[in-house]
Design a protein around this ligand. Sequence first.
Ligand code: UDP
Length: 235
Amino acid sequence: MAIAYKRVILKISGEALAGPQGFGIDFEILNGIGDQIIELAGLGCEVCIVVGAGNIWRGRSGVGMDRSTADYMGMLATTINSLALQDAIEQKGADVRVQTAIEMRQIAEPYIRRRATRHLEKGRVVIFACGTGNPFFSTDTTAALRAAEMGADVILLAKNVDGVYDSDPKTNPDAKKFSDISYKDILAQGLTVMDSPAVALCMENNIPIVVFPLKEEGSIVRAARGEEIGTLVHG
Ligand code: UDP
């Protein structure tokens, strides 16, 4: 089956990289993601990745800290995850570039939209690190922003949960999963699967979001093929 989306933004939460220990980077998971990225690129998909940092640090963990400083720590942590992903994918034979929203030229390229587009045209995978570069934002919002800027056809939102529910399935056994839902309903019902600025940005720019479980085997490729997996968020 061919791919359903030519240019994708894959958002991987930091938590999903942690594995059972709940902290740090699980190399088996990293490898599994790498294999799927290679498969996706082989199918002719242009792949951009945004990764979170919940496995290392989140701004809101800095209780009593200056919030901006705590958020800058979070943005730096996304760079650690991005470099790990770059390495895992590169070792499997694909060309990858990390671009950071905060300059750190010894480590990675700065974010330059046109340059990122050129990388994609050359078949390279591009990983966007440091979020938006601004405190008080999230990597979900980064995924939405980069999707709009790069003209992506979809956001593939890889989570620890298998889709969008009407309430938290961890605490409510009767929680109902949606196969699809509109941006407006997510915002109106206050569902927190993705933060609201990110949903609003996708709504304004008509970018569909597929929320799916990273843990399920081959789920990234299945989502990119447009198979029924997780929840489709649309207009
Ligand atoms: N962050 C930020 N601005 C951004 C993106 C991220 O300040 O544009 C910081 C923020 O502190 C956040 C942390 O980086 O808590 C990690 O990102 P996020 O919480 O989105 O990671 P995830 O939950 O996806 O693992």
